[in-house]
Ligand binder design. Structure first.
Ligand code: GLP
Length: 235
């Protein structure tokens, strides 16, 4: 595991973006897995800047987002599709049909999960998966539980996650209770992983995830078993 410590949020954004830029330069037609939440926002800002400066070309890149809330359409201001458009996709020359986010409005949610898994496999798998971490150790929306979920599935959000994500909504009742998320198996199949964690409130869970027992009670602890993980943390 490659551990990079940073002093401030700006550096986290810069180093995260440089890491991803290296992957895009090495394989411009490659596949990148993306994450939402406040942590990657600085990374996306820097990637957009690198594009504007002419250093990066997104025209052949394929992306898959980790997750999406059930019941929110892509145009809803709280949907992860809208988040990605606003923070990255609308600022670079990526083709929208090459960007994938699970459809939280699908009538048959399980069929949508199966379709999403197939799309990732058909694209040749994920070269680099970007991850944040929740306060309970969740990655994507894989919450603590009795086992590590394998594929993309419908997840019930825990009270802690609903509470943490309430800041993006007006009221906690508006936070969807379910989401579609890549499974732990989907994430572990990515060839490389970049995990970002910022803030003193993430310090303890990050320690448990990286150095504690590997257990589905701390979903991110499974990353200890992955052969190519870089962690950028601090602040
Ligand atoms: C949400 C997302 C996760 C993200 C987490 C932490 O639950 N589904 O992918 O890692 O929030 O978000 P933040 O970076 O805002 O702390």
């Amino acid at each position: 595991m490659n551990n990079i410590h940073v002093e401030d949020a700006e550096t986290l954004g810069r180093k995260g973006a440089i890491f991803i830029a290296g992957q895009i330069l090495a394989r411009p037609e490659g596949v990148i897995g993306l994450a939402t939440g406040s942590t990657p926002v600085g990374v996306y800002r820097e990637l957009a800047r690198l594009y504007e400066s002419g250093w990066l070309d997104f025209s052949r890149l394929i992306t898959f987002n980790l997750d999406e809330y059930c019941g929110l359409s892509g145009s809803d201001e709280n949907s992860y599709r809208r988040f990605m458009d606003e923070h990255l996709f609308d600022h670079v020359n990526i083709r929208k049909d090459n960007t994938h986010v699970p459809d939280g409005m699908a009538e048959d949610l399980q069929a949508e999960c199966d379709r999403y898994e197939r799309l990732i496999a058909d694209a040749g798998g994920i070269d680099l998966q970007l991850l944040g971490i929740g306060h309970d150790g969740h990655i994507g929306f894989n919450e603590p539980g009795a086992h590590f979920p394998a594929g993309t599935h419908v997840a019930e959000l825990t009270e802690l996650t609903i509470e943490a994500n309430t800041r993006f909504f007006d009221r906690s009742e508006q936070v969807p209770r379910r989401a579609l998320t890549m499974g732990i198996g989907t994430i572990m199949k990515a060839r490389r992983i970049l995990l970002l964690a910022s803030g003193s409130d993430k310090k303890e869970i990050l320690q448990r995830a990286l150095y504690g027992p590997i257990t589905p009670e701390v979903p991110a602890s499974v990353l200890q078993l992955h052969p190519d993980v870089t962690v950028i943390s601090g602040v």
